[in-house]
Design a binder for this molecule. Structure first.
Ligand code: ATP
Length: 369
């Protein structure tokens, strides 16, 4: 898969933003970010994703200049910028809580930064109108924030940031105050704004769907460490470790953990032969066998590994259904076409095509092969 963003050569051979061995140790001694290394190209949309507390916001705030970098280098177009303040970095930021000025109209809220800078009124008017057009706020410019929906308020907050015409746009969970439906709409709008403005964007979220749909590249973090950097396609199809495999994808990948004996492991009451897939040195060691809920087949058309199970519960979601099953103590979820939803409390055979099998070393949790 090609990336959409411009390749390095086209922007003069150097990345737009470089983070080299960045660490954050808070004054209380807590080491929140460890040896963070990343190059970001101009125009790229990069998403930091990971569970709560993994260091996403801390890293974003160090890029914004709102938090000191404890050690490591932060480079902007090849020049060290650790000591530069937020304004000198040419960065605009949209936060989770998008406090608008309640007594000001949408127009004045969007224009506020430019008004402070003493920009000419005609120029302000033209730029606010342009931003309002991009954000679909043209008809709301005279309203006060209290007369807007959550999604519209969030758009005003984004407008306030993009009107500044900065090169770098940072967003920290900008959709988390919206309901599920508004989030989907705003996700689409953020993608469109990015296409229209071409601004380099770094976006923080704990929501893997947001990450998958918006990003050119995703940085998956856990406990202050980068787990993997890649395109959404790479993270889905080529996860490098158990954590990334389980974090990307919904419902998450199924895992079976067992010790390899004569090339075989147990999947509940099934014994599966992995001898042709596992290196010989995994014998006697713990392996993690993974497959995605959507990869399983209810017929043997494609061959693969056959598993016998019992259906515990089914959930109809519309065009597809989640099937929760069990074999012995081992549970798994399958995602099937809703027309094929099996009966509950009945046995079910399913097949896992070999190309859909992921194997990880149980000790290092890293992918095998
Ligand atoms: P969330 O999704 O919950 O916002 P996050 O991945 O953005 O999480 P951070 O806010 O970057 O996480 O925090 C990373 C870790 O650093 C957390 O364990 C947090 O408790 C800790 N931390 C954050 N700010 C401080 C601080 N000022 N002093 C000490 N520790 C802090």
């Amino acid at each position: 898969m090609e990336n959409k963003y411009r390749v390095q050569e086209e922007v003069g051979g150097q990345p737009y933003i470089s983070l080299r061995n960045i660490n954050k140790i808070y004054p209380n001694g807590f080491h929140a970010v460890h040896n963070f290394n990343l190059d970001i190209q101009k125009g790229e949309f990069v998403v930091f994703v990971g569970p709560s507390g993994c260091g996403k916001s801390t890293t974003l705030r160090m890029i914004a200049g709102l938090e000191d970098i404890s050690n490591g280098d932060f480079l902007l177009e090849g020049e060290r910028a650790n000591e530069k303040g937020p304004r000198e970095r040419g960065i605009a930021m949209v936060f989770q809580s998008y406090a608008l000025y309640p007594q000001m109209t949408v127009f004045d809220n969007i224009a506020f930064g430019l008004t402070l800078q003493g920009v000419d009124e005609d120029v302000i008017e033209e730029r606010v109108k342009n931003v309002a057009r991009i954000l679909g706020l043209t008809d709301y410019l005279d309203r006060l924030p209290r007369a807007l929906s959550g999604g519209q308020r969030q758009r005003v907050a984004i407008g306030r940031a993009i009107i500044r015409k900065v090169g770098i746009f940072l967003m920290d969970e900008p959709l988390s105050n919206l309901d599920a439906k508004q989030r989907v709409t705003m996700r689409y709008e953020i993608a469109q704004i990015h296409q229209e403005t071409g601004a380099t964007t770094i976006y923080v979220t704990h929501d893997q769907t947001e990450a998958m749909t918006l990003a050119d590249r995703i940085v998956v973090m856990k406990d202050g460490y980068i787990q993997q950097v890649g395109t959404p396609y790479e993270l889905y199809y080529k996860p490098e470790n158990v954590f990334v495999a389980g974090f990307i994808g919904e419902p998450p990948m199924n895992f079976v953990r067992d010790t390899v004996e004569k090339g075989r492991i147990r999947f509940g009451e099934n014994v599966i032969d992995l001898s042709h897939l596992l290196p010989a040195d995994m014998e006697g060691k713990e392996v993690v066998f993974g497959f995605r809920p959507e990869a399983a087949r209810l017929t043997d058309a494609e061959g693969g590994i056959r598993i016998e199970s019992m259906v515990e519960l089914t959930e109809l979601l519309g065009d597809n259904a989640n099937v929760y099953l069990k074999s012995g103590e081992q549970t798994a979820i399958l995602k099937v076409d809703s027309h094929d939803t099996p009966e509950m409390d009945q046995p079910l055979s399913f097949w896992i095509p070999e190309k859909s099998i992921y194997l990880f070393d149980g000790e290092t949790e890293k992918v095998i092969g």
